[in-house]
Write a protein that binds this ligand. Sequence first.
Ligand code: 13P
Ligand code: SF4
Length: 356
Amino acid sequence: AASDPDLVARALAAKAALGDKVFVLGHHYQRDEVIQFADVTGDSFKLARDAAARPEAEYIVFCGVHFMAESADILTGPDQQVILPDLAAGCSMADMARIAQVEKAWEALAEAGVQDQVVPVTYMNSSAAIKAFCGRNGGVVCTSSNAEVALDWAFEQKGEDTKVLFLPDQHLGRNTAVLKLGYSLDDCVVWNPHKPNGGLTADELRAARVILWKGHCSVHGRFTVDVVDELRAKIPDLNVMVHPECPHEVVLKADHVGSTEYIIKTIEAAPSGSSWAIGTELNLVQRLALAHPDKNIVFLDRNVCYCSTMNRIDLPHFVWAMESLVEGVVVNRIEVDPQTEQDALVALQRMLDLPG
Ligand code: 13P
Ligand code: SF4
């Protein structure tokens, strides 16, 4: 739907009034009505780097979800304020790993006698408290664009017997460990935080190389092999491209797997006339289809499937946040407490220092 022209004019006026004081970051899953005002767009890795590279901006307006705004707060200076236009823009995957549950799992790993061998790796899509946990315990943050390098780094930390505890997305962890690093499915176990001892025996923990937290993305978890087969039967020479948050069996059937930034670059480089089915959030897929009318781009689902929390950031919320700043009022500031920030920064910095 076209954006309300009055709101567009107000957003433009607020942006002009704020000038260099404000820097607007937009994740690729954001609505068109909001992404048009982003100074930079990106996947979560690029946005984390871009946020850190703008020390002169007093305000960072983050059009994305809560964990991204927290990471931006951690990576920016103490005088910079990060604003999330709607505080209800959370992430159901990040919510699947609570710090108390993770601390409990860590204790259980000690009781099983394996904790000394375990390096915790958390996906960017997690709370600052979990990033801080990783910072305190020799671990690292990763995103979908550097999960392979991060896991490689992690497996080198404790010699041959290293195990990785991967939080909170079991799919990204499994897809990376198995398809990129060559571990087998038998090397992976799933830790269920709702069961005593994660639902695992001490022997299973001792035998495992990769302990996957039982979390998933509610958007990417919906893509199925049935739809892949159906579309391949219907569209000749179809290229299937999915995000690594998709289930393992879907990723196995795909021709390309990668982060949102990778998906965009691959489509940009694709020849005219080629056909693509894309398994990632719908705002991005629709935008790609519109930007590349010479390519046949379809969504890898029969149903409409947006990330409902990403979509919380709409034009009315954006305008409200920006106009408040013009009036000198900071609304919806995301501020991580200093101790958490210090520990989380250790894990985030390890990620930013990874090669590549
Ligand atoms: P990337 O931005 O790393 O591709 O992750 C996708 C996602 O689900 C963000 O919430
Ligand atoms: Fe979270 Fe999935 Fe939405 Fe990304 S797309 S914010 S992982 S629920």
